[in-house]
Write a protein that binds this ligand. Structure first.
Ligand code: GRG
Length: 258
């Protein structure tokens, strides 16, 4: 489990903390939700890499968990990381029982069949098919976007005085960032210096998947990502300077090369 959690950009945790800063929350309140969302993310990567799914040999520049250990261990590691996420949430310091319950519900919803797992199922069913743009967008809204969006929601749930305009703005930012992140991931697979570039070389599943560049062409995919980053920035206008960390994160994601 420690091996699976090593490394990574910690993007989802950073989103929780940055949204918390925007809402004027103490960082300590966000330790549990930030850890929980990263644990779910780590579990999803371990299972996504399994031979029955994407069958990848490398993750974060090292052998995947089933390569470093074995397949049965990787399944159990994913299972245990997932349940640990909810244990961590229930023990969140400074959060009321109602806040913890809300967070458990939000994270479960985003991770399960209506969120990330649902997206992964659509992804598996889509292999070898040419998806339309709305179909591809729907896949990624669930597979990658749901957890990114949940990161913002977890921060909202830690706030005692949140108004609807703030909640809507953070949700819009999360939606835009989630999709833009995925488009950029597809673009980096083609032209970036991704640390995992080539990890799927020779694996059938990688070449059978629709991507933003394959569906709309590389220039249009880059344009769509830029548009989404700009929409994310606009969504933050209600916060003024207090959203500086979220603006910085969006810029950082936009300029990443892995
Ligand atoms: C197996 C239930 C289940 C779900 C898997 C999220 C997911 C669903 C699979 C990941 C597949 C993948 C590589 C998608 C591309 C975009 C993405 C989510 C990349 C990994 O996230 P990063 O870049 O990873 O935030 P790090 O390593 O930085 O944490």
């Amino acid at each position: 489990m420690r091996y699976a959690c090593d490394g990574g950009k910690r993007l989802r945790a950073l989103l929780v903390y940055a949204a918390g800063e925007t809402l004027g929350l103490e960082a300590q309140l966000l330790d549990a939700p930030a850890s929980a969302v990263e644990l779910i993310h780590a579990y999803s990567l371990v299972h996504d890499d399994l031979p029955a799914m994407d069958d990848d040999d490398l993750r974060r520049g090292r052998p995947t968990v089933h390569k470093a250990y074995d397949e049965a261990t990787a399944i159990l590691v994913g299972d245990a990381l997932q349940t640990l996420a909810f244990t961590v949430l229930t023990r969140g310091a400074g959060l009321s029982p109602a806040q913890k319950l809300g967070m458990v519900e939000a994270l479960a919803e985003a991770s399960g069949s209506c969120g990330m797992v649902g997206g992964q199922a659509i992804d598996l069913q889509s292999e070898g098919k040419n998806l339309s743009l709305p179909e591809l967008e729907n896949l990624h809204i669930h597979k990658t976007g749901a957890l990114i969006r949940a990161s913002l929601k977890l921060a909202c749930l830690a706030s005692p005085a949140l108004d609807n305009a703030q909640a809507d703005a953070l949700d819009r930012y999360g939606k835009c960032i989630g999709l833009a992140f995925q488009i950029q991931d597809d673009v980096l697979d083609i032209e970036g210096s991704s640390e995992d570039l080539g990890k799927t070389a020779g694996k059938d599943s990688a070449s059978l998947k629709s991507t933003y560049p394959s569906v709309m062409g590389l220039p249009a995919a880059k344009e769509r990502a830029a548009e989404l980053f700009s929409d994310a920035d606009k969504a933050l206008s209600v916060f003024g300077d207090s959203a500086a960390a979220l603006r910085w994160l969006a810029k950082h994601i936009q300029s990443r090369n892995h």
